[in-house]
Design a protein around this ligand. Structure first.
Ligand SMILES: *Cc1c(COP(=O)(O)O)cnc(C)c1O
Length: 399
C-alpha cells in the first residue's frame, strides 16, 4: 500500500477500513472501531445497510447513468420526495455540496440580473464553510482554506454569524440579492444559530427581497433530529443546498428552490453530466424511505441527547473544556487547546472521531447508532479528553 501517486491534498491517518456494519468499522488488520464520524456526516444509515444494498444492486443491474438529455424517472421521484419534505418547489441534482452551493450562487446571481442588478452580491458569514471550488471557497469564511488561491471571487459581503445587527447594517446596499448561511456551522466548529435570529433574518430577507439560501449540506437529512436543521426555527428558505447525508455514501448533491427562486433557471443556464442519475437518485430515495420508516429523526434526537448529556456529565468541571454544543447527532466539544492529537488517540482506543476548527472535537455518528453504542462513544471519549487535557500545558488548561 503506497500513497506515492496521490496528490498531497490530505494527510490521512494510518488506518484503512476494509468493511463496516451499522455503526462499526473494521480495518485491514481486523481491528474494530465504533464510528462517530460516519464519513463526515455522510453514512446516515451506517455501513452496509441491507435495504440500501438491495436497492442499489437492483438499480445497478438495470441502469447506472443515462445523462440529463433524457428524462430520469428516479430523479423525478427523488425531487418530488425531497421537495415535499422541505416545502420547496423544485430541485437541481449534482454531485457534491460544493456543486449544490455553486448552483445556489449562480441562481442568486442570475436572479439579480433578471431584476436588473448588474453586480449582484451575496451576504455570507464568518466561519462559514461552503466548499472548495473557487466560488464556494470565496464564500467560505476560512482564511486558511483560501490562502494561496487568490484572486478569490468577488460578490460576497461577509458579516459575523448569528448577529442580526451585523446583517442589518449592509441592508441598504442595493446590490445584495441573497444571504447564504448554515443554520448550524459544521466545519467552523459546531456553532448553532439562534431560532430568533433565523426568524428575524427570514423577515429581513422578505423585506429586502433577498433570497434566503440555507446550506444544509452537513446539517440536513435528519442529522439534527429534523429533516433539515432550519425547521427547528420554523422558517422556510428560498434556496437550500444538500449533499452529504442525501445518498448514504453515493455522491449526490441537490440545490432546492421555492417561489421566485424556483423560476430562475431556464434550459441552458446550468447543468451537469453526472448529476441525478438513476443509481444516485435511488440512493437518495432509499435513504429518505429508511429514515422515515425506521423513525430515525426521533432516534437521532434521542441518541444525540445520550451522547451530549453523557459528555456534559462526564466532563463537568474539567479544566480546559470550554463548551459542549450541538443539535441531535451533530455535536462539538470545544477545548481550550488545539486537539488534533485526540484523533489518533481515539483510533487507538477503537473510536473514529474528528477535530475541526483546531479545538473542537466533532461527533457525527450515523443516525442508526444504537443506545449502547452511543453510551460507548461517551465512555471511550470522555477519559481520552480528560487525560489529554491533564497533559496539556497548564496555561492552556486554565483558560
Ligand atoms: C461539506 C460541506 C460542503 C462541501 O461539500 P463537498 O461535498 O465537500 O463539496 C458545503 N457546505 C457545508 C455546510 C459542508 O459541511
Amino acid at each position: 500500500m503506497s500513497a506515492e501517486h496521490l496528490m498531497q491534498t490530505y494527510a490521512p491517518q494510518p488506518v484503512a477500513f476494509a468493511r463496516g456494519e451499522g455503526a462499526w468499522l473494521w480495518d485491514t488488520e481486523g481491528k474494530r472501531y465504533l464510528d462517530a464520524l460516519a464519513g463526515i456526516a455522510v453514512n446516515g444509515l451506517g455501513h452496509a445497510h441491507p435495504v440500501l444494498l438491495r436497492a442499489l444492486s437492483e438499480q445497478a443491474a438495470k441502469l447506472i447513468h443515462t445523462s440529463n438529455l433524457f428524462r430520469v424517472p428516479e430523479q423525478e421521484r427523488a425531487a418530488e420526495r425531497v421537495c415535499a419534505l422541505a416545502a420547496m418547489d423544485n430541485a437541481f441534482f449534482c454531485n457534491s455540496g460544493s456543486e449544490a452551493n455553486e448552483a445556489a450562487i449562480k441562481l442568486a446571481r442570475l436572479h439579480g440580473h433578471q431584476r436588473g442588478i448588474e453586480n449582484p452580491s451575496i451576504v455570507v458569514m464568518e466561519k462559514a464553510w461552503h466548499g472548495r471550488t473557487l466560488a464556494t471557497l470565496s464564500a467560505t469564511g476560512s482564511r486558511k482554506a483560501q490562502a494561496g488561491f487568490e484572486p478569490l471571487m468577488g460578490g460576497f459581503l461577509r458579516v459575523p454569524y448569528n448577529d442580526l445587527a451585523a446583517i442589518e447594517r449592509p441592508a441598504d446596499n442595493q446590490s445584495i440579492v441573497a444571504a447564504l448561511l448554515e443554520v448550524l456551522q459544521g466545519e467552523g466548529g459546531i456553532h448553532v444559530a439562534g431560532a430568533e435570529y433565523l426568524r428575524k433574518l427570514r423577515e429581513l430577507c422578505d423585506r429586502r427581497q433577498w433570497l434566503l439560501m440555507i446550506d444544509e449540506v452537513q446539517s440536513g437529512i435528519g442529522r439534527t433530529g429534523k429533516w433539515f436543521a432550519h425547521q427547528w426555527a420554523g422558517i422556510v428558505p428560498d434556496v437550500m443546498s444538500l449533499a452529504k447525508g442525501l445518498g448514504s455514501g453515493v455522491p449526490i448533491g441537490a440545490c432546492l428552490a421555492r417561489g421566485v427562486a424556483a423560476k430562475v433557471f431556464k434550459p441552458g443556464n446550468h447543468g451537469t453530466t453526472f448529476g441525478g442519475g438513476p443509481l444516485v437518485s435511488v440512493a437518495a430515495l432509499t435513504t429518505l424511505d429508511v429514515i422515515e420508516k425506521d423513525g430515525l429523526l426521533d432516534h437521532a434526537l434521542r441518541m444525540g441527547e445520550v451522547i451530549k448529556g453523557g459528555l456534559e456529565r462526564e466532563l463537568a468541571g474539567v479544566a480546559g473544556v470550554v463548551e459542549i454544543r450541538g443539535q441531535g447527532l451533530m455535536i462539538g466539544v470545544e477545548l481550550a487547546v488545539a486537539c488534533a492529537q485526540l484523533v489518533p488517540r481515539a483510533l487507538e482506543a477503537g473510536l473514529v472521531i474528528n477535530v475541526t476548527a483546531e479545538k473542537v472535537v466533532r461527533l457525527l455518528p450515523p443516525l442508526v447508532i444504537r443506545e449502547p453504542e452511543a453510551r460507548q462513544v461517551v465512555s471511550i471519549l470522555a477519559p481520552l479528553v480528560k487525560t489529554f487535557l491533564a497533559q496539556a500545558p497548564a496555561s492552556a488548561a486554565a483558560a
